[in-house]
Design a protein around this ligand. Structure first.
Ligand SMILES: *Cc1c(COP(=O)(O)O)cnc(C)c1O
Length: 459
C-alpha cells in the first residue's frame, strides 16, 4: 500500500501557502519602484518567515486543517484535490496545471491588452501569441478560421443571429441542448426537432425527413441545421457524417455542436462537411468558464465575422474591423489565457481518445456485474459520459435505508468519490473522462464494495 496522505489537509495547506505567496505578490505590486516602505518591508519579512513553516506542514502530508477562506465566507474549492470527481459536465473542463498558472498570472481584468496595437482586435494580438492561437485553433478543428467565444452557446448565438431570419426554421436533434433552442429563439426562428430512432440515435434519414417536412409545410428550406455529435442526455454518437452529407445535398448550412467532442477527441470540420464547428472551453478544453470556440470556412467567414459598418451620426465615428457578432473582442484575460495554456495538452489528449473510451467501458463492465445495474446509453460506449440506471440495485437499498438515496452518496464520499447526483439512485449520469487507470480500478472496486456491503448480487 502507498503512503497514507490526507488529501483535504494537503489541499488546504497548499492553498494557505499559495495565498501567502499572493500576499507577497501584492506587496511587490504596491511597493514603489525605489523600494518598500518600512511597513511593507516588515510585513514582507513576516510572510516570508511564515512560509518555511507552511512548507514544512505541506511536507508532513497530514495534520489538523481548517477550510481556507478567500474572503469572508467565500471558501476554497477542494473538490478536485480531495475526490475522484465523476460529475458528468465537469470532467473535460478540469484545468491543467498550466491553465491554473495562467489564471494566476493573467487574472487581472484586461490583461490580454498590454500589447494591443492597431487595428485593435483581440485575435490580432501578437503578445502573448493570441493571433497564433487563433490560427492553431482553426487548424485543430480542421477549419479555415476560428474565434474564441464565451461558451459554445455564444457560438450558436453568433451563427443563428447571422443566418436565421424571423420566421425561419432551424432543424436540430430531438436530443438538442437547450442553448440551441435559446439561440434560435433569440434570432426569431423556430426549432424543428428531428426525432431519434428506437436506439436513441439521430440518423441522416431523420434529418432529411424533417427538412422535407419543413419544406412541404412552409415552402422553404430550414436556414440552418444544428446537430450535437454526442448529445447531453445519453451521450450517444449520432450519424454526424451522414447528416453533414444531407446538409450538403440540400445546400443548408450545417453547424456541428462539439460541446462534448472538441478538446477530447479528434474533430475535423472539413471531413465532416461542417460549415461551423462549435466547441466548449469549459466543458471539453480544460479551460476557465466561460470559454469556447467557433470555427468556420473561408466561405462563411466574411458573413459570420462581418465587421461593423455603423457610423455615429454626430461624431462620424466608425470602428473599423470590430466584429459585430462578438461585440469587438470576446475572451479577455483568464478564460482565454487558460485555453491557450491548456492547448498543447488538449491537442495531445485528443490523440488518446481510444484509451478514454476503453476506461469508460472497463468501468461499466465492472458496474454491470452488480445485479440490477443498467446502462441506458448505447453500449459498448463510444464516450466517457454515460447514463446509468440503478433502480433495481442501489435504489432498492435506498428504499429501506434511513438516509434514503443519500446512502449511496455517503458510501461513495467515504471512499473519496463525488459527482453522482446526490440522492439519485434511479437514473443518473457519470463521466470517467480523464481518470487514470489506477483511479478507474479504484472506482470500479468502490462500486463493487458498496454492492457487497448491501448484499446485492455480483456476477
Ligand atoms: C454543455 C453543452 C452546451 C453548452 O455549452 P457552453 O459552453 O456551456 O455554452 C451545448 N451543447 C451541448 C450538447 C452541451 O452538452
Amino acid at each position: 500500500m502507498d503512503e497514507q496522505i490526507n488529501k483535504r489537509y494537503l489541499a488546504n495547506k497548499i492553498f494557505e501557502t499559495q495565498f501567502a505567496l499572493e500576499d507577497l505578490r501584492q506587496i511587490v505590486r504596491e511597493a514603489l519602484p525605489t523600494g518598500m516602505s518600512d511597513e511593507q518591508s516588515a510585513r514582507f519579512s513576516e510572510i516570508v518567515s511564515g512560509l518555511g513553516g507552511l512548507v514544512e506542514e505541506i511536507g508532513a502530508k497530514d495534520g489538523q486543517t481548517q477550510p481556507v477562506s478567500i474572503v469572508g465566507d467565500l471558501m476554497c474549492r477542494t473538490r478536485e484535490e480531495e475526490f475522484i470527481n465523476i460529475q458528468p459536465i465537469q470532467a473535460g473542463g478540469r484545468l491543467t496545471p498550466e491553465a491554473r498558472k495562467a489564471v494566476i498570472a493573467y487574472g487581472d481584468g484586461y490583461s490580454t491588452c498590454d500589447s494591443c496595437r492597431k487595428p485593435f482586435r483581440l485575435d490580432k494580438i501578437e503578445k502573448p501569441s493570441i493571433a497564433g492561437f487563433h490560427t492553431d485553433l482553426a487548424e485543430f478543428v480542421g477549419m479555415d478560421q476560428a474565434r474564441v467565444v464565451p461558451g459554445a452557446r455564444r457560438g450558436f448565438q453568433a451563427v443563428a443571429s447571422t443566418l436565421v431570419e424571423k420566421g425561419d426554421d432551424v432543424v436540430v436533434s430531438a436530443f438538442a441542448h437547450y442553448t440551441e433552442f435559446l439561440a434560435v429563439e433569440g434570432a426569431g426562428g423556430s426549432i424543428r426537432e428531428a426525432p431519434v430512432n428506437e436506439d436513441n440515435i439521430l440518423t441522416a434519414e431523420s434529418v432529411a425527413h424533417k427538412i422535407d417536412e419543413v419544406k412541404k409545410e412552409t415552402g422553404k428550406l430550414p436556414s440552418l441545421i444544428m446537430i450535437d455529435h454526442f448529445d447531453y442526455l445519453l451521450c450517444n454518437e449520432h450519424d454526424i457524417y451522414g447528416i453533414g452529407k444531407v446538409a450538403q445535398e440540400y445546400g443548408i448550412p450545417f453547424l456541428y455542436n462539439g460541446a462534448y467532442t472538441v478538446g477530447i477527441m479528434p474533430v475535423n470540420g472539413k471531413k465532416l462537411g461542417a460549415d461551423f464547428i462549435v466547441g466548449s472551453g469549459h466543458k471539453s478544453m480544460a479551460s476557465v468558464a466561460p470559454s469556447g470556440v467557433l470555427a468556420t470556412t473561408e466561405e462563411w467567414a466574411d458573413k459570420i465575422f462581418r465587421t461593423t459598418q455603423m457610423v455615429g451620426d454626430v461624431t462620424g465615428r466608425k470602428f473599423g474591423i470590430k466584429e459585430v457578432e462578438f461585440l469587438g473582442c470576446t475572451l479577455m484575460g483568464a478564460p482565454l489565457l487558460s485555453m491557450m495554456a491548456s492547448f498543447p495538452y488538449v491537442k495531445e489528449r485528443t490523440k488518446h481518445w481510444d484509451e478514454e473510451v476503453k476506461k469508460s467501458n472497463y468501468f461499466l463492465n465492472e458496474f454491470l456485474r452488480i445485479e440490477g445495474n443498467e446502462v441506458l446509453s448505447e453500449f459498448p460506449r463510444k464516450h466517457a459520459l454515460t447514463k446509468v440506471d440503478t433502480t433495481n440495485s442501489f435504489d432498492k437499498v435506498a428504499k429501506t435505508h434511513k438516509r434514503r438515496g443519500y446512502f449511496f452518496s455517503d458510501e461513495l464520499k467515504k471512499r473519496g468519490i463525488v459527482g453522482e447526483f446526490p440522492g439519485a439512485t434511479r437514473s443518473w449520469k457519470l463521466s470517467t473522462y480523464g481518470l487514470s487507470w489506477d483511479q478507474i480500478h479504484y472506482l470500479s472496486d468502490a462500486f463493487l464494495e458498496i454492492a457487497e456491503k448491501y448484499e446485492l448480487n455480483i456476477n
